[in-house]
Write a protein that binds this ligand. Structure first.
Ligand code: EPU
Length: 434
């Protein structure tokens, strides 16, 4: 297991470049197996999730070549291979292989993704979608076995109960080669959905309406990648650095952002009093003065992202007066970070899944645990602000989703490092939930 060691209290300044979006990347890599030709992804973040997905591809004889931020995926020799529970449980996003394998081979055997640290995460809408396309879905020995009929999948109209990111992506991947038209109603509208649709359309798929409530897919025979695809910047990583900059920055410029993707987050931090200058594809965050508390309610895009409620929480605690409230409507149980923040001196409570934040004069270093990636980001920000040393256990969860985090923070002047946990040598960091 990894630990992150932070010697806090150092003001940070300078420039930071945002990497490709994790939540696009973890869908685009499985989607690559839909191509008959080599796929080139640019702007791929250096995160542990990518390494784990490459391991899964290797099991299917898909060759990967990852240099700098360019990942080439060659699926020409791909072999249909079951992905058992062990692997998928250590990487939730590998459930995208359900849609991708189904679209490519008409069959997928994938381990059942488990529950996790942010509460229950059912996949009933994914399964409903596969069944509507004509697939038979069975759950045997903790594995989901999905089989298309003899004559292949057919288009269907699918109305999602909620605009699920994962279900929308999985149904798109399964239906791009189905016969006829598929319509997804109440589809998720997150920028990562548009990124997937752009990627697949450039390979010959016909997907219209991505980014709106209704997505229409006309099935095609096969897909062939012809041009490189550049992954959109990670809006959650960008939001995390905005929070870092406002909490402990002495002037930080954040490059490679799409401002529109951050609208609701920027509105909230500006409501608090943070001053930000926006340029074409960068933002400059001024050192924060006296901030005021705000209320945060997470929602689907373009609402305030659930993945940013934890990274904004340390910022709320820097406000001088009032009470801040955080309510996560997407994952109401995403509250594991609160007890850890309390260990660092934060004046924060949670009752009935409602988080109440109060002004905290100072944080002190402590040993805390990152139950999942965004809880880790929250504790990391608190650690950067805190007096003394903070040790974050299970810090592998941070490395799974934050591109070259140690390098980027050090460049801004932070004193941070990662090391193996001496108390738990050789044990893999546990499952998280991104
Ligand atoms: N839901 C269902 N049934 C389903 C699918 C979803 O009830 O079949 C519920 C979920 O329990 C949740 C809501 O619908 O309450 C939304 O879930 P969604 O399916 O949109 O989430 P996801 O696809 O599992 C992705 C991201 C998460 C991010 C959410 C919401 C990836 C790999 N994961 O999860 O990212 O929080 O969308 O935007 O893209 C993270 O990066 O830290 C992370 C957890």
């Amino acid at each position: 297991m990894k630990q992150m060691i932070i010697h806090g209290g150092k003001p940070l300044q300078g420039d930071v470049w945002i990497g490709g979006a994790k939540n696009s990347t973890v869908a685009l890599i499985p989607a690559s197996i839909l191509s008959r030709t080599t796929v080139t992804l640019e702007g791929v973040p250096r995160i542990a999730d990518v390494d784990n997905l490459m391991d899964l591809l290797a099991e299917m004889d898909v060759h990967c070549d990852f240099k700098e931020t360019t990942l080439k995926i060659d699926p020409k020799d791909i072999r249909m291979s079951p992905l058992p529970a062990g692997k998928i449980k250590s990487l939730r996003a590998s459930y995208y292989f359900m849609g991708a394998l189904l679209g490519r081979f008409g069959k997928a055997i994938v381990g059942f993704p488990g529950g996790d640290d942010i509460g229950p995460r059912p996949i009933d809408q994914h399964i409903k979608g596969f069944e509507a396309l004509g697939a038979c879905v069975k759950n045997e020995d903790d594995q989901i076995i999905i089989t298309a009929p003899e004559d292949g999948l057919h288009g269907a109209k699918i109305h999602l109960k909620m605009p699920s990111v994962g279900a929308t992506m999985n149904i798109i991947m399964a239906s791009v080669t189905a016969k006829g038209q598929t319509i997804i109603e109440n589809a998720a509208k997150e920028p990562e959905i548009i990124d997937l649709a752009t990627f697949l359309n450039n390979m010959g798929a016909v997907i219209r309406g991505a980014g709106t409530d209704t997505i229409r897919i006309e099935g095609v025979e096969e897909l062939r990648a012809q041009i490189p695809h550049t992954i959109i910047p990670d809006r959650i990583e960008a939001g995390t650095y905005i929070s870092i900059a406002a909490c402990i920055g002495n002037g930080i410029r954040i490059h490679n952002i799409i401002e529109e993707h951050l609208d609701s987050y920027l509105a909230k931090v500006e409501e608090m009093g943070v001053v930000i200058d926006a340029d074409e594809d960068s933002l400059f965050v001024y050192p924060a003065g006296d901030l005021k508390m705000v209320q945060v309610r997470t929602d689907v895009y373009p609402g305030f992202a659930t993945d940013l409620q934890q990274p904004i929480t340390p910022l709320l605690l820097t406000a001088k007066t009032g009470e801040g409230v955080v309510i996560d409507n997407i994952y109401p149980k995403r509250i594991g970070h609160i007890a850890e923040l309390q260990k660092m001196g934060a004046n924060i409570q949670v009752q009935d899944n409602i988080i109440m934040a109060h002004p905290t004069a100072e944080f002190h270093g402590a040993e805390v645990t990152a139950g999942e990636i965004r809880a880790g980001a929250c504790l990391m920000i608190a650690g950067l602000m805190a007096d003394g040393t903070t040790i974050i256990d299970k810090a592998g969860n941070i490395l799974r989703g934050y591109d070259r985090i140690e390098q980027k923070l050090r460049k801004l002047g932070a004193d941070v490092s990662f090391k193996d946990d001496p108390d738990e040598p050789g044990i893999m960091d546990p499952v998280e939930d991104n």
